[in-house]
Write a protein that binds this ligand. Structure first.
Ligand code: GAL
Ligand code: CA
Length: 376
């Protein structure tokens, strides 16, 4: 069975919708306008929110007091600390694990330095130490089968995050009834949303030179990574599916890195001044692209369009300022909490589904502020 995490953003949107619903059903339209009634409704709303907050706090307190977790050891392998998005992810993961009752001293997070051999050694060490559960962001998704064999062989439950192992590998977990799961989002959705941000603007606007085609350059993350593959494919597919013609001017590998992307986009823009769209597989690279767009004297949303993925704070600020066309929120909060909850379910014996997904959120100037607020 496939389970899906619900993001805080969706929950707050649902709560607002529910509260709005309550307000209108409890008072006829005419009365709603009266200040006294409005004040009443506001009080009720505040009470409802306070109640919910109190219940949540209680639930958290119960879990936080969970003595079972205080002496459990968690090993966390991150593919590379020098990655903006994974830094947000691991910081939130650690804080949440502690809030759920783990002792900070029992949580060890290690940097794979983008080297699979280094990470494999770290996994061996965790096995020797006898950790109770492992959370792994593999350097190479293609190494997942050998990682799983090792960890399952040592009888340690395993939560994969961020880099999804392939379908054959995932199938083995259910076939063998192993305590292994994956927590993450479907990168096809993020690519599609990148393309849709442009489609929503309309072809008239995006086809700046009016030749009936969209001239674009693509800056990819690590090509071994399924997120990079899918975002590259599905961002362009969204344009084609909308009936737009596309013209790829350049496709380069920026390895998720800002400085690399800056250099690549500088080269591309001077070779292809007719570029209308710069697609970047993540925001770090989009920020690098923006530096080169500025340096070339171009203006986003006027004579070029730029989209990324992740919704890093800096990128959200650019979207609000109009210096980035849009991004896609990669919900590190829902994903890190989902990974920690999965680890807890393994440790307590509750078990997990084999795939725990979540949704991306399309971000433009219209909702960038609310995404920014939700991250504070
Ligand atoms: C992606 C994210 C990238 C990078 C990558 C690492 O989901 O968008 O910025 O962090 O994961 O695997
Ligand atoms: Ca064009």
């Amino acid at each position: 069975m496939k389970k899906k995490l619900v993001s805080l953003l969706t929950v707050s949107a649902m709560t607002m919708a529910m509260l709005a619903g309550c307000g209108s059903s409890s008072a006829p339209a005419a009365e709603t306008a009266a200040p006294a009634e409005t004040a009443d409704t506001a009080t009720q709303t505040a009470e409802a929110v306070a109640d919910t907050a109190a219940e949540t706090a209680e639930a958290v307190a119960e879990t936080a007091g969970n003595a079972d977790l205080a002496d459990k050891k968690v090993g966390v392998c991150i593919y590379q600390f020098a990655d903006n998005f994974m830094t947000l992810f691991r910081t939130e993961l650690e804080n949440y694990l502690v809030s759920q009752g783990f002792s900070k001293d029992n949580i060890t997070i290690v940097d794979g330095a983008n080297d699979q051999a280094t990470q494999t050694g770290q996994i061996d060490n965790f096995i020797t130490q006898g950790v109770d559960v492992l959370i792994i962001n593999p350097v190479n998704s293609s190494s997942a089968a050998s990682i799983t064999d090792k960890v399952v062989g040592a009888d340690i439950p395993l939560v994969y995050i961020n880099r999804e192992p392939d379908a054959d590998e995932e199938a083995r977990w259910s076939e063998n009834g192993w305590n292994v799961t994956y927590v993450g989002c479907d990168a096809r959705q993020s690519g599609t949303m990148q393309g849709e941000i442009l489609v929503d603007l309309g072809q008239e606007k995006v086809d700046l030179n009016g030749d009936g085609k969209i001239q674009y350059i693509m800056i990819e993350g690590d090509p071994e990574n399924v997120d990079a593959q899918y975002r590259t494919e599905f961002s362009v597919k969204a344009l084609v599916d909308a009936g737009w013609e596309v013209d790829e001017l350049d496709d380069q590998v920026g390895n998720w890195d800002q400085a690399t992307a800056q250099q690549l986009v500088a080269n591309s823009l001077s070779a292809h001044p007719e570029t209308e769209v710069v697609f970047c597989n993540n925001d770090a690279m989009a920020l690098g692209a923006l530096q080169s767009i500025d340096a070339a004297g171009r203006k986003v949303n006027e004579d070029i369009y730029l989209v990324g993925v992740d919704a890093l704070t800096e990128a959200l600020e650019d979207v609000l300022a109009g210096t980035m066309t849009g991004t896609v929120f990669n919900d590190h909060i829902a994903q890190s909490h989902g990974a920690a909850d999965a680890a807890i379910n393994f440790v307590t014996g509750a078990g997990n589904d084999y795939y725990i997904g979540c949704d991306y959120v399309k971000v433009t100037a219209d909702n960038a502020q609310s995404v920014l607020d939700s991250l504070k």
